[in-house]
Structures are given as structure tokens and as C-alpha cells.
Design a binder for this molecule. Structure first.
Ligand code: E4P
Length: 226
């Protein structure tokens, strides 16, 4: 399963890319607004696209199909690895077909049902983004949606990739992988948690301290011999 980082924070993107953990980036207007300050928007987006060797989702703010296509084409000109994020609306599906016809990758976002996901695939979406955390928030099983989409896409051989979004904890990530999702987009705070395990830390401490003790013992024995 590929891992994307779900943030617009350049420091986190660069750190995760340096560690070789990520295959792409997803942003949304809320994430960009949180970190951009008074930076030039295009310049900031360009820095994100330069920071990762893989697709970077940039979202349109327009709501009519024509404006989405116009904005999407403009955003796509920032870099070759830009994928345009459009909402799962009627206009969004029209824009998806048109952007794909221009050879531009499209991530259809805000997906909350299997029927929506089927329509996005038929429109030629590169990625479909079902939001598991937001479904869990309203007492639905977010992960059930991922399993349903996997089955539907496999039934018909759609090549739209399932990009699990709104991931809130490591279990979401593991369940997505077990279902066979193509990609999980993960916020930095959750991504770093994947590495950590108390037994790893405790084990490493014990190895280092045992080695240190053995070295001290060796030094004492050598000293006694001399
Ligand atoms: C990514 O594409 C989505 O915008 C993001 O995962 C949404 O996550 P949230 O529900 O935690 O805001």
C-alpha cells in the first residue's frame, strides 16, 4: 500500500520524504490555510511539489464544472506531479471527465458512499478519497465503505485507486491495508506513531546498556591483567 502524507506543512513533508516514508502528498484548503501564513500560494504549492517524488493533490475552490476545470488546469501548470482534487458533486464529476481528457490526474474527494465511488470511477478518476474518520465521527463504520469500494472496483476492473482519507489512528491504516486499499493518506502525527513501539524502545535501551556493561567488564579484566 502506498502512503501519502496528509498535510501542507513543508517541514513535515520534507522530514517524511527524507525518511523515505511517503509516495505522495494530499492537501486541502483547510490544511493549507493552517500553515501558509502570508506566503505566495503558488510559490508555496510549488515548494510542496518539489519536496516529494510522487503525486501532490491540490484542491479547487470553485463549485461549477467550468470554473473547476479552469482552476484545475491552472493548478496543474504548477508542476508535473500535481493531481487536481475535486469534490464529489455533479459538477465535480463533469470536471473530472474534462480534466482527465486534458491528461490531468484527478482525485475525487469527499466520498462517503459506495455509489459515489462507482460514479467517480466511471468518470475516470485517478484516485477516489473516501473519508473514514468523518464517517466514524457520525457513528458509521468508515472501514466498511473501503471494503465495499474495493469489491465494486474489483468486480468491474476499474483502475481508479482507493485513497483512504481522514485517517485518525494507526488501526485505520492497518485495516485499510488488510482490505487492500491502494493508498492511505496519513496526517504527520499519525504517521510518526507507526514507527513507535514501547517494546522497540525498551529493547533498544536494554541492548545498548548490556553492551556498555560488557565493555566496562572487558576494560576491568584488561586492567587487572596489566
Ligand atoms: C485528504 O485528502 C482529506 O482532505 C483529509 O484526509 C481529511 O481529513 P479530516 O477528516 O481529518 O479533516
Amino acid at each position: 500500500m502506498k502512503i501519502f502524507i496528509d498535510t501542507a506543512d513543508l517541514k513535515e513533508i520534507r522530514r517524511a520524504a527524507r525518511a523515505g516514508l511517503i509516495d505522495g502528498v494530499t492537501t486541502n484548503p483547510s490544511l493549507l490555510a493552517k500553515v501558509m501564513g502570508d506566503a505566495d500560494v503558488r510559490d508555496y504549492m510549488k515548494q510542496i511539489t518539489d519536496a516529494v517524488n510522487g503525486p501532490v493533490s491540490l484542491e479547487v475552490l470553485a463549485t461549477s464544472a467550468d470554473s473547476m476545470v479552469e482552476q484545475g488546469r491552472d493548478l496543474a501548470s504548477i508542476a508535473d506531479n500535481v493531481v487536481i482534487k475535486v469534490p464529489l458533486t455533479e459538477d465535480g464529476l463533469v470536471a473530472t471527465r474534462q480534466l482527465r481528457a486534458h491528461g490531468i490526474g484527478v482525485n475525487v474527494t469527499l466520498c462517503f458512499s459506495p455509489a459515489q465511488a462507482l460514479l467517480a470511477a466511471k468518470a475516470g478518476a485517478t484516485f477516489i478519497s473516501p473519508f473514514v474518520g468523518r464517517l466514524d465521527d457520525i457513528s458509521h463504520q468508515g472501514m466498511e465503505l473501503i471494503a465495499q469500494i474495493r469489491e465494486i472496483y474489483d468486480n468491474y476492473g476499474f483502475d481508479t485507486e482507493i485513497l483512504v482519507a481522514s485517517i485518525r489512528h494507526p488501526l485505520h491504516f492497518v485495516e485499510a491495508a488488510m482490505i487492500g486499499a491502494d493508498i492511505a493518506t496519513v496526517p504527520p502525527a499519525v504517521l510518526w506513531k507507526f514507527i513507535q513501539h514501547p517494546l522497540t524502545e525498551r529493547g533498544l535501551e536494554a541492548f545498548l546498556s548490556d553492551w556498555e556493561k560488557a565493555q566496562l567488564q572487558l576494560a576491568k579484566t584488561e586492567e587487572a591483567k596489566a
